[in-house]
Design a binder for this molecule. Sequence first.
Ligand code: EPZ
Length: 424
Amino acid sequence: MDKLVMTGGAPLKGEINIAGAKNAALPILCASLLTADPVELFNVPDLQDVRTMLKLLQQMGVTLEFPNPNDRSHLILQAGTISSPEAPYELVKTMRASILVLGPLLARMGRATVSLPGGCAIGARPVDQHIKGLKAMGASIQIRKGFIVAKIAEPNTRLQGNAILTDMITVTGTENLLMAACLAEGTTILENAAREPEVGDLAELLVKMGAKISGIGSDRLVIEGVPTLHGASHHVIADRIETGTFLCAVAATGGEIVLKNCRPDTLDAVLVKLKEAGLKMKKGADWISASMSGRPKPVSFRTSEYPAFPTDMQAQFMALNAIAGGSSRITETIFENRFMHVQELNRLGADISIEGNTAIVEGVDKLSGATVMATDLRASASLVIAGLAAQGETQVDRIYHLDRGYDRMEQKLTQLGANIRRMK
Ligand code: EPZ
């Protein structure tokens, strides 16, 4: 298992490019199942989760081409024929986002067998809303031996549009139902829809493919089903969580960086809190420059659905609060177990306690390097940030978690002057 070894204390300086968003790319790859035509994508991030999804789609019979073999961000998918509308346990257990093939396969093929995604470190992660919505569109769904076995109840018919209100806001639930509704008969209304920018990016691609969607960016999506969709080409939106992660890093280490090819307008809630922490920022349409001098100020926040503070930035900001000049409170409202990084941060000398779904962070003057263990994707990023700010050497084990969602993070940090290296 790879690990990252770093020596803290170096301020970050320089500029890097932000990659395409993992949480946009994953549903967008699945959208290729909705048409027999080629779908051409640009700015796809080169991540473990993307490679896993591409493998899953190829196993189903989707062809994959990289027009320029040296550029894995540009690819063409074509689901001319789907030989096996299945998502096996071996792949789904490593990436729960595989559930995103369910809606498209049902809509295109009329049937699908998808392994139930297990839980993960941050929570049970049920998919009951995905199933409830697809049933409302005429799917009959059984759970058999850990698999979701789905088919359209009336043979040789299409899914039927319907009005669907999800019990809570669910990002991939919205995306699954949105993709299924594009090929359904009649109108589907998704109430309580997720408004994350990645949902909007998926919707933009679907409209380019001929889907009829209104309300994009709002919590009410109205989809007029069409019989078929055609191919399209699309540039995946920049990753707002990678952007926020590097901003938290420079706020923790001090220094001055420029992030290019990013989308500052998708990160408002995080930028407001970083400003409160003392980060100085300037921004344009696709760039942010950020500089930090002196100790961060403590900033309390609670996570919530977009456009509020994203849960995917909670662990990274906690690392910043760990060295702030004072105490702060962080409340996690989306996942029931997304504080796995707390005990690891405390191993680095942080002073954080948990009361229910709130972490109380007493800022300390200095963290001191130690060996810590990554438990989930964003917790890994939090430990890297803390290690870069700590005195001495920090080793982060199990960084396969990090590789799932960050495209060569240590190379980008090295480019910014950090003393960090990957060890086998
Ligand atoms: C997406 O997960 C993201 N993943 C997550 O990013 C992100 O943390 C999460 O949205 C919240 O923003 C992808 O987009 C691939 P949800 P998702 O359905 O869709 C409950 C990362 O770090 N729920 O919005 O699985 C659920 O348990 C990852 O990149 C149900 O109860 O999250 C949670 O408490 C981690 N039943 C809440 O809703 C359902 O059927 C929100 O979950 C669906 C969800």
